[in-house]
Design a protein around this ligand. Structure first.
Ligand code: GDU
Length: 612
């Protein structure tokens, strides 16, 4: 694997780099993770010569953006600060400050709404100069167009400040910021432009709607399809950015194919996504964290299931999948099919133990299911009663032991007051129920049309006592504020045994990588950028806990069987083997550290600096 990092200070000492992304200080989806996690590897190389640029949305930026004070703005000697000063003098609303994330980079944020008064003119220029139409009723497009214009103004000012011996690199992520590229080229702003698309817009729509997307990719009429899905403007912006940039890149070999057929430009480079991997000094540390967070998941599982029936938590494995609700693209359909088969196999195997499978995604819901909340509250009451009895017995036993003449253990039951005995009985009476544990934790807005629920109903995977694969569909992201799984997502991942992400369409796919970074084995697919990268760059990925389901040129049934076999093999592992596997996973995480993967960006920057 060719990932040798350069000596930081040797890189492009005469250049300035601005990365532009819609998700700078504005978390919407996956790009936020890319940009934010890369900062600690970028800052040592670029330092003061680096700046991030994004749209200013005060509610989103609040809490992660610290503006410079007037003196700092006034005295900033770099071209970015100078450009901000000039724009402010011209009456623009432009913020400059620090992004409060690891690495603390400089950021410039521009409020797109200030250009709304000129939208009509901007849209007509976009059409006349670059052939990009813009409808009247799309607010995101309006924000994008306004921000694109303001970005152009900003770069004109930065370029004017750049010293003759300096070079300016402008790196745009996604079509939402890339829309500025054609105009910057038209104006011949002296800079080197890179554009990275993290997926193609049309590709995502087509994959969601065409089960044979990869077979049909070569024959797609992009313009007709863009009109069909009503995304013509955005697709044209994406194409204009791809064609207008000096260097065009994407995130995986899989998206390269999309770029060729849907954007008509072969990418100059592939920039795989990494993470900022923080490793513990002591190896056992992350294993301890697994225990700690697994205990929290145990609490949820006891509350959720034990009211109906109990099982041995020591013989229970926690699997999960997570991500945006794209039933087919994220491979939820394949996962469910494989789980149904696993359930059947386990039931006929004579093996002990069970699997609890979590689906963590986002769906519109009205409330948490009151039944699920009640189960949690009742278990808390059982817990409190047990603790009260424990305290009472503890104190009385201590007294009895100190006063003991015969050294025999006294009758502990006699040490409990009748009040607590009765309360214990009553609590347990209300605790037990004959209803099945719900498969979903929330009340969905449209319960009847939900694909996950409909599969569970059809396959009778409804948490019967005899089911060996139990289901918990949690249609909201995990959060410490939640009364159900009150923890960070990262903690939840650590507490689980395995992540399952056999995507059909996945430009990169952070979720399995996030598992690996936390020492949790993960299943991915050869149709995900990460899985494809692992197959090509990681020697013997399975030994490192990265399992790749083959979906290219395979039927749904074949892939489901392969996935079921992977889950089955995992279930057969002993605890000791799982611990050893987690160690291997954790030690391979470094392969995906930005410190190693940044080299792909460095090469793209070198190429862009060669092109004018
Ligand atoms: N997540 C949470 N909380 C949860 C569950 C998930 O924060 O409870 C986060 C995960 O940490 C993860 C993200 O949600 O970072 C989902 O990641 P995906 O890669 O599945 O996200 P998207 O589909 O939104 O991402 C898109 C592409 C990916 C990848 C990514 C970054 O679909 O393939 O390229 O952009 O470029």
């Amino acid at each position: 694997m060719q990932t040798t990092a350069h000596a930081p200070e040797a890189l492009f000492p005469d250049s300035l780099l601005v990365e532009v992304a819609w998700e700078v200080c504005n978390q919407v989806g996956g790009i936020y993770t890319v940009i934010r996690s890369k900062v600690p590897a970028t800052m040592p190389v670029w330092g003061d010569r680096y700046c991030l640029l994004g749209p200013y949305f005060p509610n989103m930026a609040q809490g992660e953006f610290e503006p410079y004070d007037d003196l700092e703005i006034h005295t900033a000697a770099d071209p970015f600060g100078a450009a901000v000063r000039t724009m402010r003098a011209q009456g623009y609303d432009v913020q400059i400050g620090t992004w409060l994330v690891t690495g603390r980079p400089r950021v410039v944020l521009i409020n797109p709404f200030q250009a709304y008064g000129r939208l009509g003119q901007l849209k007509s220029d976009l059409w006349a100069r670059h052939g990009i139409p813009a409808p009247d009723n799309d607010d995101l497009l309006h924000q994008v167009i306004a921000f694109g214009h303001l970005t152009t103004v900003f770069f004109q000012h930065v370029a004017a400040q750049v010293k003759p011996e300096q070079r300016l690199l402008c790196h745009f992520h996604e079509w939402m910021t890339g829309v500025a590229i054609p105009e910057l080229r038209r104006l011949q702003v002296p800079a080197h432009f890179l554009f990275t698309t993290h997926a193609t817009l049309l590709g995502r729509y087509l994959a969601m709607n065409d089960p044979a997307f990869y077979d049909h990719l070569m024959w797609v009429n992009w313009e007709a399809e863009a009109k069909h899905f009503n995304i013509e403007s955005a697709v044209k912006m994406e194409r204009a950015a791809a064609h207008g940039s000096h260097v065009f890149t994407t995130v995986s070999e899989l998206t390269v194919r999309e770029c060729i057929y849907l954007l008509d430009r072969i990418p100059d480079a592939v920039l795989p996504n990494g993470l900022n991997i923080e490793r513990f000094v002591a190896l056992h540390e992350f294993q301890n964290l697994h225990q700690q967070y697994k205990a929290k998941i145990h609490e949820f599982v006891m509350a959720h299931f034990f009211q109906s029936y109990a099982f041995d938590l020591d013989k229970t494995l926690y699997f999960f999948t997570s991500g945006r609700y794209e039933y087919h693209n994220k491979g939820f359909d394949l996962t469910l099919e494989a789980l149904a088969r696993l359930n059947h196999r386990l039931q006929h195997s004579g093996l002990e133990g069970q699997v609890v499978m979590f689906f963590i995604t986002k769906r519109p819901y009205t409330s948490i299911n009151p039944q699920v909340l009640e189960r949690r509250a009742l278990l808390d009451e059982v817990h409190e009663t047990c603790q009260a009895i424990e305290r009472q017995v503890g104190e009385r036993l201590f007294y009895a032991a100190a006063a003991s003449q015969d050294h025999k253990l006294p009758d502990l039951s006699a040490m409990v007051d009748d009040y607590w005995k009765l309360r214990y009985r009553r609590t347990l009476q209300t605790w037990k129920t004959n209803t099945l544990p719900p498969v979903i934790t929330h009340n969905l807005v449209n319960d009847q049309d939900d694909d996950i629920l409909n599969f569970m109903r059809r396959a009778n995977l409804l948490n019967h006592k005899h089911d060996r694969v139990k289901m918990v569909y949690h249609p909201d992201f995990v959060s410490p504020a939640s009364p159900l799984l009150g923890m960070e997502y990262g903690q939840f991942v650590r507490g689980c045994h395995m992540g399952v992400f056999p995507s059909y369409y996945e430009p990169w796919g952070y979720t399995p990588l996030e598992c690996v970074a936390r020492g949790v084995p993960a299943i991915t697919s050869d149709l995900s950028g990460f899985g494809d990268y692992a197959l090509q760059n990681v020697p013997d990925p399975e030994s490192k806990g990265i399992f790749v389901v083959h979906r290219q040129e395979k039927s749904f049934d074949e892939s489901a069987e392969e996935l079921c076999n992977m889950l089955w093999d995992f279930v057969l592992l002993s605890r000791r083997e799982r611990i050893m596997q987690r160690n291997a996973v954790e030690s391979s995480a470094e392969l995906f550290d930005w410190k190693n993967l940044r080299v792909y960006y460095d090469r793209a920057y070198a190429l862009a600096l060669e092109r004018r």
